[in-house]
Design a protein around this ligand. Structure first.
Ligand SMILES: Nc1ncnc2c1ncn2[C@@H]1O[C@H](COP(=O)(O)OP(=O)(O)OP(=O)(O)O)[C@@H](O)[C@H]1O
Ligand SMILES: [Mg+2]
Length: 264
């Protein structure tokens, strides 16, 4: 058993395709491999985290939709994955209807937070919430429930564009529904050393955001992008590839920061 209390980390960036889901799956797998008990909550109607973890659409009988609507608890919704110690609450397209269902309810932002009070949720030392690429009620639920936000940032020319909006949103959530919400860290993804611009982007981001940025750079790696089509995390699909190794390194940085935080 881990010595930590349960830590809920939302993985968010309103930009699409920056590596949120890939980070959720592989960071979770790496944490599980180190011995943590980990739960991924798939809050994206696209359901990419569920698919990438090998949960077929037919087997998604109870999903994060049911959890948010309130017809099921976390304990009913969790499913095992091929990774020992890693469970998932899958998502379905039903999630597109959540706003219609609960949009008028006064507690609409707190549905996930309330569900995570359950005993089942406390079995996990880390809970990672994979968000859709937008600021909507789903992302709000994720941020209202979390201790912190982990932001994947793609190493491209426009990396910093949109980040100020994200940081503003986090600040807004802090001043309204979740004062404790912290920034867990910023992880640079899809780094391509052959691209001259990439190093410049890394320097710029580090200059702007300082030590919030993880040392680990996630390289652009074809094995990482192939893995989801086999329903496997990259770390299971090809442990030795550069992408898997980077996610293992990221996990040890995350754990190290947690230790420092708890010791402070
Ligand atoms: N390190 C990497 N190397 C190569 N390809 C990657 C890497 N990380 C992510 N990808 C690929 O980039 C695409 C986008 O990644 P991913 O789905 O993780 O992003 P996302 O932010 O979750 O997207 P969305 O906003 O649509 O939810 C996917 O096809 C994924 O396989
Ligand atoms: Mg995604």
């Amino acid at each position: 058993m881990s010595a930590y209390r349960n830590r809920i980390i939302t993985i968010a960036n309103q930009k699409g395709g920056v590596g949120k889901t890939t980070t959720a799956i592989n960071l979770a797998t790496a944490l599980a491999a180190i011995g943590e008990k980990v739960l991924i909550i798939d809050l994206d109607p696209q359901g990419n985290a569920s698919t990438g973890l090998g949960v077929s659409r037919q087997s998604r009988k109870i999903s994060s939709y049911d959890v948010l609507i309130g017809t099921s608890g976390i304990a009913d919704a969790v499913q095992e994955t091929a990774v020992p110690n890693l469970h998932v609450v899958p998502s379905t397209m039903d999630m597109l209807g959540v706003e219609m269902e609960i949009g008028q309810a006064s507690d609409r932002v707190f549905r996930l937070r309330r569900a995570l009070v359950s005993t089942k949720a406390h079995e996990y030392s880390y809970i990672l919430v994979d968000c859709p690429p937008s600021f909507n009620l789903l992302t709000m639920n994720a941020m209202a429930a979390a201790h912190s936000v982990l932001v994947p940032l793609q190493c491209e020319f426009f990396a910093l564009e949109g980040l100020s909006q994200l940081l503003e949103t986090i600040q807004q959530i802090r001043s309204t529904v979740n004062p404790q919400l912290d920034i867990q860290g910023i992880v640079l993804t899809m780094y391509d050393a052959r691209n001259n611009l990439a190093q410049q982007v890394v320097n710029d981001v580090r200059e702007h955001l300082g030590d919030k940025v993880y040392q680990t750079l996630i390289p652009r790696n074809v094995r990482v992008s192939e893995a989801p089509s086999y329903g496997k995390p990259a770390i299971l699909y090809d442990l030795k590839c550069a992408g898997s190794q980077a996610y293992l390194q990221l996990a040890s940085e995350v754990i190290q920061r947690e230790r420092q935080r708890l010791a402070a």
